[in-house]
Ligand binder design. Sequence first.
Ligand SMILES: NC(=O)c1ccc[n+]([C@@H]2O[C@H](COP(=O)([O-])OP(=O)(O)OC[C@H]3O[C@@H](n4cnc5c(N)ncnc54)[C@H](O)[C@@H]3O)[C@@H](O)[C@H]2O)c1
Length: 259
Amino acid sequence: MTTTVLAGRNALVTGAGTGIGRAIARALAGAGARVFVTDIDALAAERAAAEIGPAAGAARLDVTSAAETDAVFAAAIDAFGRLDIVCANAGISTMQRVVDLTEAEWDANMAVNAKGVFLTDRAAVRHFLARGGGGAIVNTASLAGKVGAALLAHYSASKFAVVGFTQALAREVARDAIRVNCVCPGFVRTSMQARELEWEAKLRGMTPDAVRAEYVSLTPLGRLEEPEDVADAVVFLASDAARFMTGQAVLVDGGIYMG
Ligand SMILES: NC(=O)c1ccc[n+]([C@@H]2O[C@H](COP(=O)([O-])OP(=O)(O)OC[C@H]3O[C@@H](n4cnc5c(N)ncnc54)[C@H](O)[C@@H]3O)[C@@H](O)[C@H]2O)c1
């Protein structure tokens, strides 16, 4: 989708080297924003920024590090003058039954998916408050942040945390003209999904193709979700078209969950 609804705005996206984050960065740029692409994989961030064009910035950012987050925000603000839109998208997943789940898996999912969103949003809010005039935050939660997903209890818990955090922060900063929302994607065709197909197939004694077919059959709109399906919703939430929306967890899942 190419529009100019974000012309003159500056955005920072985490986990934007590939998958949904890369699509978000491209869609924000397609809508006229200047985009700072960040990822724990520095090369992936640079590649994604190069695809967007010379106006895009890039940096390595591990969202589990407060020091790195604050330093990258400072660099982006220095490069662009200000930020208007921040998308806390970075996330990881593993699949395991709770009876076999390790503390390390629990901690890793919580660190990236929940703490990472807190650290990114904190840096965004500090900047928006310091410069005045508000801003827009769009976090990436998940369908698994709305309904518990088997084999993904730890991931579900981390994504419910994102939804709760989004609501609480939205209430705290609404009077400062800062809107905070999140998107809840379904079964999105990314490298994360490719890994999950393998894990789920193994855990349930199926083939990855059979698991993929099940994802499609669970989706009323009848296909796997594409990263761009999520990205267009993020552009909307980041734009003035969503000016009276805050604290929302917007399902972008092809109709899997209608709640
Ligand atoms: N793929 C899906 O079906 C799906 C569904 C719902 C929600 N999500 C969420 O969407 C987001 C993006 O997922 P995706 O499918 O594009 O995954 P992906 O694995 O394809 O891409 C994730 C990106 O995040 C980066 N990353 C990982 N750990 C990081 C860290 N500590 N700091 C910064 N960057 C880090 C990776 O390098 C990668 O570039 C995640 O939050 C994920 O939980 C995905």
